[in-house]
Design a binder for this molecule. Structure first.
Ligand code: NDP
Length: 284
């Protein structure tokens, strides 16, 4: 078994991004990322803090706008429009989940697709499925970087993705298909899941069930990517894969923590820097 070290890869990519940011600054563009956070959701607070820290570390102009839980949908949409128009911001991200009185669909539609660094705008989701992506959701984008770094050949391989969410499962499946894997998407209604997972050369697990995937579910020599983040009662983080068991069977495996998680935020930064580079190209 070999470990896929997401933390090390994220650090390497951050250093490369910092160089790109310096180059953009020298050309007169300071890449800017604005994050809008509504309410007091503790998990969202942690995510946003981490995003802010990483954005600052690579030299982005970053701003976090904290709005009260009571903000109206109209006010939020107006604010997004302001940032859409402001050339200073190349990336706009609205941290999910939103309070119940605000429509997620309307908010995602309101963000300029060119600035939609999360890649959740229907236009970006559609472009990805059409094979012509602009902004790609960070978690699956980070996993593709891991495959590249560890030279995992995907062409012709059988890939199984467990989970069909818009933010992980679906875009992951499409990215794997674009890399010429033969992809199956599984979910809570899939029958005989184990029979399916045991056929996978590449197994991506994004379920949200603590250590559900065991050694007996995995084919010998498979590459196993664990997206899950589940906290036990003691506050310890576990994946959806039983790492201690599965590492004996897999050829490559991501740990939790230190696997997919660190790459997710780094890819968000990468999309912001890419959006700023596009602006520079347009201006040349
Ligand atoms: P969702 O809850 O949106 O989706 C979970 C998916 O798993 C659904 O498609 C669901 O099926 C499927 N599922 C649930 N139970 C089972 C089961 N018993 N067998 C097979 N499939 C099942 O979650 P997300 O995609 O948002 O996230 C998945 C996990 O990844 C979570 O633990 C989350 O915390 C983590 N995550 C980690 C990130 C990171 O950066 N490391 C980023 C994003 C998420 P159905 O559609 O039928 O309900």
């Amino acid at each position: 078994m070999k470990l896929i070290d997401g933390k090390a890869l994220a650090a390497k990519m951050q250093a490369e991004l910092k160089t790109k940011v310096d180059e953009l600054k020298a050309a007169g563009i300071v890449p800017g990322l604005v994050v809008i956070l509504i309410g007091e959701n503790p998990a969202s607070q942690v995510y946003v803090r981490n995003k802010e820290r990483q954005a600052t570390a690579i030299g982005l102009n970053s701003s976090v706008v904290r709005l009260p839980e009571t903000v109206s949908e109209v006010e939020l949409l107006a604010l997004i429009e302001e940032y859409n128009q402001d050339e200073k911001w190349h990336g706009i991200l609205v941290q999910l989940p939103l309070p119940k009185h605000i429509s997620e669909e309307k908010v995602l539609l309101a963000i300029d697709p060119q600035k939609d660094v999360d890649g959740f705008h229907p236009m970006n989701m559609g472009r990805l499925w059409a094979g012509n992506p602009l902004m790609i959701p960070s978690t699956p984008a980070g996993i593709m970087e891991m495959f590249r770094e560890y030279k995992v050949d995907l062409a012709g391989k059988k890939a199984v993705v467990i989970g069909r969410s818009n933010i992980v499962g679906k875009p992951m499946a499409q990215l794997l298909m674009m890399a010429d894997a033969t992809v199956t998407i599984a979910h809570s209604r899939t029958k005989n899941l184990r029979e399916l997972t045991k056929t996978a050369d590449i197994l991506v697990v994004a379920i949200g069930r603590d250590r559900m995937i065991k050694a007996e579910d995995v084919k010998e020599g498979a590459v196993v990517i664990d997206v899950g983040m589940n906290r036990d009662e003691a506050g310890k983080l576990h994946g959806d894969v039983d790492f201690e068991e599965v590492k004996e069977v897999a050829s490559l495996i991501t740990p939790v923590p230190g696997g997919v998680g660190p790459m997710t935020i780094t890819m968000l930064m990468e999309q912001t820097v890419r959006a700023a580079s596009r602006k520079l190209d347009e201006s040349l």
